[in-house]
Design a protein around this ligand. Structure first.
Ligand code: NOJ
Length: 490
């Protein structure tokens, strides 16, 4: 089975680079920085949603599946980006949001106005809330619509009504939407909360309401119909050469995630366990062990440390540069597909935001702060005053300054990605966890060994071997792993 790109780089387009002076990043901004991605060595980029959207949920409320918002430059800007990316050997993945649309989507507007019309049953409607489900954004998952006079289901904000994938018209329209982009040259998709689309029409009440987290339906939701739908979706992609489908399947029961990954469903699904792990070798070891056990040797997850939904990992781990460097070494030496989140290669942390500066209903703005490209005012953006404040220390934590310093975290990412390309064992080899002293995570990838000291003291390790790469200064092999350092050795 093709495992797709080697390393993927996630871009939150509003935050990447503004070329028009609007204060919001745009697709020409992405095109302008493709050489940064090429220099870094990634081979694909994933764009968070760029569709026309009211922006209630940062673009995950799609108002038109076949267009690009004018704020990002419209379809012509995407075509320019595709051409420029392909020239450089970079693949482009779009976000695809199948579970819901925006309430401003013409399908929903039509569904509200005309219950007997062509879109009347494309969403979930009921005279009374038909289940005890809760929205992932808080509150009930059912809202009464004043025009139709009925309740509709929304597992996310009320501005994101859930589509009813049991309706053939919905399936046909959504799959046609995929073909629209595949025909345009898009190389694949990241499918948003895709496990939710298969649904028992009875919408049974939750058997296991979780008192600690009553809104957490998303993680507990499973319906076998999703597997059949994924097969239909995958068949659409497989009609085109070399396309890639990665899914967000954030199940609480992580051991069940691999059941969505095979040659007829997703190529990869995200494993978010390292996003949830504390800074400890034991926690990271157990996340990796669980994924290895769940996937077995034939399949593997998509790994990520940061995204537009979480505080950046450097922020989560005490703001420390040495930890960010160790984390990068682990991420880029795991089995599966590493996903980077734009700016982690610069060692960014999240700015502290006042309530007035927050935009997102769940307060996920910190990791969406704009990416600084240059040290000077405006950091390379056309507007010096972007939609969110700059991340801390942007005068030094920016692409130009980092690139001028071969010891910087940016160069570490570049060396790691290059090592991953040169060493097939890092990409495709088995992963064997090794016994290690407390505080050290150690595993073998073929002939290579990775050892990461999560503690702040040196730890004795036997036979470190020839160091191919170190997250920090690697001294002679004196039988010690320096504090908070990861080493890849042969
Ligand atoms: C997951 C996305 O990553 C998140 O940003 C969004 O709010 C939900 N899905 C709903 O689309």
């Amino acid at each position: 089975m093709s495992s797709g790109p080697s390393v993927v780089y996630q871009i939150y387009p509003r935050s990447f680079l503004d070329t028009t002076g609007s204060g919001v990043g745009d697709l020409d901004g992405v095109t302008a920085r493709l050489d940064h991605l090429r220099w870094l060595g990634v081979d694909a980029l994933w764009l968070s949603p760029v569709y026309p959207s009211p922006g209630v949920d940062g673009g995950y409320d799609v108002a038109d599946h076949r267009d690009v918002d004018t704020a990002f430059g419209g379809l012509p800007a995407l075509d320019r980006l595709l051409a420029a990316a392909h020239e450089r050997g970079l693949r482009v993945l779009l976000d695809w949001v199948p579970n819901h649309t925006s309430d401003a989507h013409p399908w929903f507007v039509s569904s509200c106005r005309d219950p007997a019309g062509p879109h009347g049953d494309w969403y979930w409607w009921a005279d009374e809330p038909a289940s005890n489900w809760r929205s992932a954004f808080g509150g009930p998952a059912w809202t009464r619509h004043p025009v139709r006079g009925q309740y509709y289901l929304h597992l996310f904000t009320p501005a994101q009504p859930d589509l009813n994938w049991n309706r053939p018209g919905v399936r046909a329209a959504m799959l046609d939407g995929l073909r629209f982009w595949l025909d345009r040259g898009v190389d694949g998709f990241r499918a948003d909360v895709v496990h939710l689309i298969g649904r028992d029409p009875a919408l049974p009440d939750l058997a296991d309401p979780d008192p600690a987290n009553p809104n957490d339906l998303v993680g507990r939701y499973r319906d076998p119909r999703t597997h059949d739908l994924l097969r239909e979706i995958r068949a659409v992609l497989d009609a085109y050469p070399d396309r890639f489908l990665v899914g967000e399947v954030p199940l609480a029961d992580a051991a069940a995630i691999p059941s969505y990954v095979d040659s007829t469903q997703l190529h990869r699904a995200f494993d978010f366990s390292l996003m949830e792990a504390d800074w400890s070798a034991a926690a990271w070891r157990s996340a990796i062990a669980a994924a290895e056990a769940a996937y077995g040797p034939e399949r593997a997850p998509a790994w990520a440390l940061s995204s537009h939904d979480q505080p950046r990992h450097r922020t989560r781990h005490g703001g420390r540069a040495d930890r960010a460097r160790v984390a990068a070494c682990v991420l880029l030496t795991l089995r599966g597909t590493p996903f980077l989140y734009a700016g982690e290669e610069l060692g960014l942390t999240d700015p502290a935001l006042s309530p007035a500066q927050r935009v997102d209903p769940l307060g996920r703005d910190g990791s969406r702060a704009p990416v600084p490209w240059t040290p000077g005012p405006g950091h390379g953006w056309a507007s010096p005053d972007p939609w969110l404040p700059w991340p801390p220390s942007a005068a030094t934590r920016n692409a130009a300054t980092r690139r001028a310093d071969p010891g910087s975290i940016l160069w570490l990412y570049r060396r790691l990605i290059s090592l991953r390309r040169q060493q097939p064992a890092l990409r495709d080899g088995d992963l064997t966890l090794l016994d290690a002293p407390d505080g050290v995570l150690a595993y073998r990838r073929g002939a290579l060994a990775v050892r990461a000291n999560f503690t702040d003291v040196p730890v004795p390790v036997a036979q470190r071997g020839r160091v191919l790469l170190s997250s920090g200064p690697a001294g002679p092999d004196d039988g010690e792993l320096p504090p908070c350092t990861a080493i890849v050795s042969a």
